[in-house]
Design a protein around this ligand. Structure first.
Ligand code: TXA
Ligand code: MG
Length: 318
């Protein structure tokens, strides 16, 4: 049975016993396990239906624990410290060379590790009480839409995990920015998110390469991802203007649309991003088969929103 609760003590005890705890963050809910416990982490992959070998982000209570999980030279330490001071707690994940602390299952056999301090009071309290690192992918079934509420998590994982820590709806709503720092090379953006590339470059004092073209190194960068059951097409406003009535065709747009069913999202990308995943899930609940999505015109989170829409509309894996 899965317990939905705000009881941080129960959640911390569950992690210590090798159990699975879904936890709120400002981006999306994570599916947490003790990052040093390979057996517990293996259960995360099972619950998600995620192929093993995909590395997980390890969530920490604060930047002081970096040295426990990362193996940094002085340049690397300086770069990561600057990013941590500027953006943690917050929607930024750094990929850095790892220490031996994490279980092999957590890092998918890699010699690097993804680290992040999430910005949510309940989860920061959980991380402090637990004391270790919490390995956590988004708390959805593999390939599906990330959860932004406890109810979304229950929809996907009820009965498969022990606890959902309910911290209310996510305030950012799309996953963290991921930047890879390898010594002697320019930093590489692996996934756009709540922190813009320009902000990273400004803090690091060097340009950040866009690692999204060419060979993808983060499995989450593979084509189809973040996708609802409905087939998604990204369209322009003119494409939905004269739409025939059809209950099997849904519309998501940054303005009011004269069509049933449709979901009206805020026009700035940050507001749109906050509401996007809930509307993709709502479209599935409504039984929509085709979903036409008009992107937001501009705003701080535009890059991240366009990235997720491209993945939601990409050819399906199979
Ligand atoms: O906002 C977020 O980042 C959320 C919350 C829960 O923190 N987490 C999240 O996790 O989105 P997940 O597993 O759904 O996506 C993390 C991505 C994956 O594409 C994974 O392959 C990549 O980060 N990643 C993690 N560790 C990595 C590593 N060592 N090297 C390369 N990519 C890595
Ligand atoms: Mg995910």
């Amino acid at each position: 049975m899965t317990v939905v609760t705000t009881d941080v003590e129960l959640a911390a005890a569950t992690l210590s016993e090798g159990g699975l705890v879904a936890f709120p963050t400002e981006t999306v809910y994570g599916l947490g396990a003790d990052a040093a416990n390979g057996v517990a982490v293996a259960r995360v992959f099972e619950a998600k239906g995620r192929p093993t070998g995909h590395p997980l982000i390890v969530h920490l209570a604060d930047g002081d624990q970096l040295g426990v999980w990362a193996e940094l030279d002085s340049d690397g330490r300086q770069q990561v410290k600057a990013l941590a001071e500027a953006f943690w707690p917050g929607p930024l994940t750094v990929i850095v060379p790892r220490s031996g602390r994490a279980a092999a299952e957590t890092v998918g056999g890699r010699d690097t590790i993804g680290l992040r301090v999430p910005d949510h009071p309940l989860t920061l309290a959980l991380l402090r009480m637990f004391g270790g690192g919490v390995a956590g992918p988004s708390a959805n079934r593999f390939g599906g839409v990330s959860p932004t509420t406890a109810a979304h998590v229950m929809n996907d994982l009820d009965g498969l995990i022990e606890v959902v820590l309910d911290g209310g709806p996510a305030t950012v709503g799309v996953e963290s920015t991921i930047v890879e720092l390898v010594s002697g090379r320019r930093p590489v953006l692996l996934r756009p998110g709540g922190i813009a590339v320009a902000q990273l470059s400004a803090v690091l004092g060097v340009e950040v390469d866009d690692g999204r073209s060419g060979l993808s190194r983060a499995p989450g960068m593979l084509a189809s991802h973040y996708a609802p059951a409905a087939a998604v097409s990204v369209v322009e406003a003119s494409d939905v203007a004269g739409l025939e009535p059809d209950p099997l065709v849904g519309v998501i747009a940054p303005y009011l649309v004269d069509h049933e069913p449709s979901w009206h999202l805020p026009s700035d990308a940050a507001g749109y991003g906050r509401a996007l995943y809930a509307s993709l899930r709502a479209a599935d609940t409504a039984g929509v088969e085709r979903l036409l999505v008009v992107p937001p015109p501009d705003g701080d989170l535009l890059d991240a929103v366009l990235d997720r829409l491209a993945k939601a509309s990409a050819p399906r894996l199979g």
